[in-house]
Design a protein around this ligand. Structure first.
Ligand code: COS
Length: 382
């Protein structure tokens, strides 16, 4: 029987994140959601507390946390606000290719500033013409002497308008398919880099998302991560690492929905008693808690697998896919328990549904997760 108890260090990380979520994120969640405001002061505070750059090794000043530790933190943050959490953990996604594929010099040069001062970075993979088909991306990288020249457009890039650094995936030759994809480190102030305007989104409205245009962007060869053609593998290995915390983020949204629904069910009366005493509500709550606990366990299983040094593609895809589907149906049930009030913006649960929806889409749509899962599954039977 696995031991699910946390170490004292993990308990204190979780407590730190919980306190920050409750006292500094949650009180501003509704206002940021309504206004679509990017609360940079909250992100700076998260950075000060060591809740950003969770995956950056300690030798560069980061938290150097295991994926399991990251998940404990992210689940708590998500209960404060899903959108803020997306922005807080976006550096982990953007910096992971440097951690995985950078040389010692590149890591020291590009990771250290993020830990010395508050800065944001963005992961630039998705393109307007092919989000899920990452191997078919069109952004070009042409070699000219000791530079590459990047041309193309990325979309749905988290934190892009506020980031000082982009990790960019481009192809040296589209004919090569995924074998042409190469990763680059691109500072925001490089001429020709232009983030677009903030997208007006359904949920995660405290987070910022935009396109990024690259036009004749000259990047020194020294900013290439790994060899030419190694970018696709780097992106896939990055996503194996980061999809698991998305499972935790979705679990946190689901937990918040359950907490609101259970409290409401105890207080709201109908037919002469609290609605929590009606079996219809009890069955919903029972299904909700089962889904959340299963999501948490699958997320922890993926985290432990990756922390053991295994690839964890199957486990992280299962965690991300299951937890985000669970968050959607739990948030939906929470609204149903609130009835008409649940549909009103005055109450907190409709935001949770809008926030849960993105977790089924970003870091690889759940259809892609199911493809990854079945490929890995069938490999075992072949
Ligand atoms: N780890 C190591 N290697 C991997 C890998 C992983 N997780 N995933 C794929 N590979 C390897 C494969 O083994 C294959 O290697 P060979 O060339 O030696 O055969 C190669 O990479 C190509 O893999 P595959 O054939 O599976 O590529 P596909 O083009 O079919 O696409 C998917 C694979 C769909 C899984 C990929 O495009 C994907 O993940 N898309 C979603 C992108 C995404 O998540 N976007 C969100 C961005 S962040 S918001």
């Amino acid at each position: 029987m696995p031991d699910f108890s946390l170490t004292p260090e993990q308990e204190s990380l979780r407590d730190l994140a919980r306190k920050f979520a409750r006292t500094e994120m949650a009180p501003h969640a509704a206002e940021c959601d309504k206004a679509g405001r990017f609360p940079e002061e909250i992100y700076r505070r998260g950075w000060e507390l060591g809740l950003m750059n969770l995956n950056v090794p300690t030798e560069y000043g980061g938290s150097g946390l295991s994926v399991m530790d990251q998940c404990l933190i992210v689940e708590e943050l998500a209960q404060g606000c899903g959108g803020m959490t997306t922005s807080i953990i976006a550096n982990c996604l953007a910096l992971e290719p440097i951690i995985l594929g950078g040389t010692a010099e590149q890591r020291a040069q590009w990771l250290t500033p993020f830990c010395a001062e508050y800065h944001l970075a963005s992961f630039c993979l998705t393109e307007p013409g092919g989000g899920s088909d990452a191997g078919a991306l069109k952004t070009r990288a042409r070699k000219e002497g000791d530079h590459y020249v990047l041309d193309g457009e990325k979309c749905f890039i988290t934190n892009a308008p506020h980031a000082s650094l982009y990790t960019v995936f481009a192809t040296i030759d589209p004919q090569l398919g995924h074998k042409g994809i190469t990763a680059f480190i691109v500072p925001r102030d490089t001429p020709g880099v232009a983030p677009g305007k903030d997208e007006d989104k359904m949920g995660h409205r405290a987070s910022s998302t935009s396109t990024v245009h690259f036009e004749g962007v000259r990047v020194p060869v020294a900013n290439r991560l790994g060899a030419e053609g190694e970018g696709f593998l780097m992106a896939m290995r990055t996503l194996d690492q980061t999809r698991t915390p998305i499972g935790a983020l979705a679990t946190g949204i689901g937990q918040a929905a359950l907490d609101h629904a259970a409290k409401y069910a105890l207080g709201r009366r109908s037919f002469g008693k609290p609605i929590a005493e009606h079996q219809a509500i009890q069955i919903k709550l029972a299904n909700m808690v089962q889904s959340i606990r299963a999501a948490r366990l699958l997320t922890w299983q993926a985290a432990v697998t990756i922390d053991r040094g295994e690839r964890g593609s199957l486990e992280s895809a299962i965690a991300k896919c299951y937890a985000s589907d669970a968050a959607m149906h739990v948030a939906d049930d929470a609204i149903q328990i609130f009835g008409g009030y649940g549909y009103m913006k005055e109450y907190p649960v409709e935001k949770l549904l809008r926030d849960a929806k993105l977790t089924q889409i970003y870091e690889g749509a759940n259809e892609i997760q199911r493809i990854v899962i079945s490929k890995e599954l069938l490999r075992a039977y072949a």
